[in-house]
Structures are given as C-alpha cells and as structure tokens.
Design a protein. Structure first.
Ligand code: NAP
Ligand code: G4F
Length: 324
C-alpha cells in the first residue's frame, strides 16, 4: 500500500486554511498545520478538525521554526496561506506586513529548497496586486499596480515564488485569487462586517452600521469553492500561475442590499457613512478572467454572489442571540 499524501498548510487557523484542511482530509491526506504561539490558543475555525490534523508551532518570522515544521511534516505539498491579510492594517503596520506577507515567503521557500526540494509549493497570491487595474478583466498577464503595502508585499511574494521556480526548478505555483468569503470570514472584512451588522440590527442589538466606500467593486466568490482550485493547481504535471475568480463584479452597496434584505431589512435605513473607514488609496474595481483555470484545471465556481451573501447573513443571524 502506498503511503498517504502529506500536506503542510500555513495559515490553517484562517478562513482558507480551515476549508483547505477539510478538503484535504476528505481526500485522505495527512494534514499538518502551522500555528503561531499565543497566550490564548483560539482555533475556532478548525475546532471540529482538531483530532484529525497535526499542529506544528512556527511563525513566518522565524526561519528555524519553518525548517522544523518541514522536517516534522515531510510534506508532499505545501500550501502557504499564512499572511497579514487585512489591507487597512497594512497601512498602520507596513513593515510587519512586508515581513509576514512578503519576506516570510522567501524564508519558507529557502527552507523548502534546502530541506524538501521535491515538495510542491502553493503561494496565496492576490488580486490586490492588480490594484489600480491596467486592464479589465484581469488575467495572469495583467501588469501589477499595487495600491497598498499589502498589495506590494503580495507582489514581491508572487515574484519571488516565480523566481524560485525558475532559479531552482522548484514545483511552485501561485494562485491569484480574487476576494473569497464565507461564514468563517474574518469579522473586519467587508462582507462579514455587513452580515454581522445586519444580523445585530435584525436581532435588536444595534441600530446602525458605519461603512466606508460603498462604490468599491469586487469579484466575490465562496472560499469553499476556491480551495479546490489551490489543490488542483498542485496536481498538474508542471507548476503554473492561475487567476481564480467568478468573472462578476458587484459593489459594496449591493452586498449591503442583499444581506439586509435577506433578514427582512432595508439597508438604507441603517447604513451610515464613516469617512474614517475610507482608505489612503483605494482599489476601485477588480474582476478576474479565470478562463485559464477553467481550461487547464477544469475549475469553476459553484456558488453565486447572491447565495454567498444570503448564506453569510443567515449564518450570522442564527449565531446572534436576540437582545434581552
Ligand atoms: P486569514 O483568515 O486572515 O488567515 C491568515 C492566516 O495566517 C491565519 O491562520 C494566521 O494565524 C496566519 N498568520 C498570520 N501571520 C502569521 C505568521 N507570522 N506566522 C504564521 N502564521 C501567520 O486569511 P484568508 O482569508 O484565509 O486568506 C488566506 C491567504 O490567501 C492569505 O495569504 C491572504 O492574504 C490570501 N488571499 C486571500 C483572499 C481572500 O479574499 N480571502 C484573496 C486573495 C489572497 P492566526 O490565526 O494566528 O492569526
Ligand atoms: O473586504 P475588504 O476589506 O477586502 P479587500 O481590501 O478587497 O482585501 C481582501 O481581498 C484581497 C483580494 O483582492 C485579499 F488579498 C485580501 O487579503 C483581503 O482578503 O474590502 C473590500 C472593499 C474595499 O474597497 C473597501 O474600501 O470594501 C470597501 N469597504 C467599504 N466599507 C470596506 C468598508 N471594507 C471594510 N473592510 N470595512 C468597511 O467598513
């Protein structure tokens, strides 16, 4: 009998890490997850998987810890999902963002090159690299124009991954993923902020929801659909880079409309504008062309924008107790 495939997932406690771990376990993988030490270990998103995944301590800032994690896991596949991923924080903590989201990738690639050069490596690249977009829709060949320290760090991480592939022959692929959401999304990202806000208002716990730029437009998909694309990329004969997107663009205003309506509310009665939530430089619009992924990976999204936002609003409503 052949040994099971082993995967190391950095960022396993995050939104995507939790869905990817589920996906890999269903396919019979032994899953190792890199986790940071904290005074309170809160692994909410992977609580239901705790008995089935092996957690290894490590941090993208500490190269020795990454080497140790690779030695322990002896992975066939490595999914690098860990990052400081919230764009506004990248203006208040630009150096830390560059360390985690940019240089952290070089630390990990360098360990892979030295300890397990035959492992397949996935890098979580981002549509935020397209920033002030040079063409619509964006595809793999669209030039990058990052508009935040986060976008700049991701662009560096993307290029260094391609460079390690070309310099050392590593099997290293980048998924350029457009925004993807779920009921497990971090609470500060816009879709989750709106679904939580609408739920709190519907439950009588709040009256208003302060928001930033309602005109911003994004290509929003479901995280559960997108982790399948990550895995498919590492099953190809040769490494490559892929845009993963729905091809549809919607505004933040539409997110508000759908989420509030799903809970029987009119968003216009509750959403207020807070200039403090506007960004120093905005990405006005993003929409991806995933035709390469469709053709070469046989991947396409299964969840519509409306289904996604309605599902998130209902999940937060169900989880919010009524005001007493
Ligand atoms: P997320 O929920 O914010 O999760 C980030 C993960 O990274 C968490 O597990 C976090 O651990 C871990 N992490 C942060 N800094 C670390 C460090 N120094 N060392 C080790 N682990 C660290 O992000 P996500 O939405 O799942 O996204 C996954 C990846 O895809 C990220 O790289 C993100 O930038 C990228 N991406 C996301 C999207 C999207 O729309 N979701 C789109 C394109 C690209 P803690 O739990 O300890 O904080
Ligand atoms: O949900 P967001 O914070 O996501 P953003 O900035 O697009 O970044 C996400 O997607 C990237 C892929 O393109 C990832 F790489 C990144 O890690 C992250 O997952 O904001 C979306 C839009 C922005 O234009 C923002 O200005 O929503 C607008 N917005 C309006 N009001 C708001 C708010 N965003 C947040 N977070 N909070 C608001 O109140």
């Amino acid at each position: 009998m052949s040994e099971p495939r082993r995967a190391l997932v950095t960022g396993i406690t995050g939104q995507d890490g939790s869905y990817l771990a589920e996906f890999l376990l269903e396919r019979g993988y032994e899953v190792y997850g890199l986790v940071r030490r904290a005074s309170l270990q809160r692994f909410e998103r992977i609580e239901h998987l705790r008995e089935r995944v092996e957690l290894v301590h490590g941090d993208l800032l500490d190269q020795a810890s990454l080497a140790r994690a690779l030695d322990l896991a002896r992975p066939h596949e490595i999914y690098n999902l860990a990052a400081q991923s919230f764009v506004p924080t990248s203006w208040t903590e630009p150096v830390l963002t560059a360390e985690f989201t940019g240089l952290g990738v070089t630390r990990l690639l360098e360990c892979v090159r030295q300890r397990c050069p035959d492992a397949r490596f996935y890098q979580a690249s981002s549509s935020e690299m397209f920033g002030k977009v040079r063409e619509v829709p964006q595809r793999e060949s669209t030039p990058f124009y990052p508009r935040s320290p986060y976008g700049a760090a991701k662009a560096y991480a993307h290029h260094i991954t391609v460079n390690y592939r070309e310099s050392y022959g590593l099997y290293a692929s980048c998924g350029i993923l457009f925004n993807h959401e779920s009921p497990r999304r971090g609470r500060e990202f816009v879709t989750r902020k709106v679904s939580l806000g609408a739920a709190a208002i519907a439950r009588g716990r709040a009256k208003t929801l302060p928001m930033g730029n309602l005109d911003a437009r994004r290509d929003w998909g479901f995280a559960g659909d997108y982790v399948e694309a990550m895995w498919k990329m590492l099953q190809l004969d040769a490494p490559d880079d892929f845009v993963i997107a729905t091809g549809e663009m919607h505004s933040v205003r539409e997110v508000c409309e759908i989420a509030f309506a799903a809970l029987g509310l009119d968003w216009r009665a509750h959403v207020t504008l807070d200039p403090k939530l506007l960004r120093p430089a905005e990405v006005d619009q993003l929409v991806g062309d995933a035709s390469k992924a469709r053709a070469k990976l046989g991947w396409q999204p299964r969840t519509t924008f409306r289904e996604l936002i309605e599902r998130m609003a209902r999940a937060d409503y169900d989880a919010t107790p009524p005001a007493s």
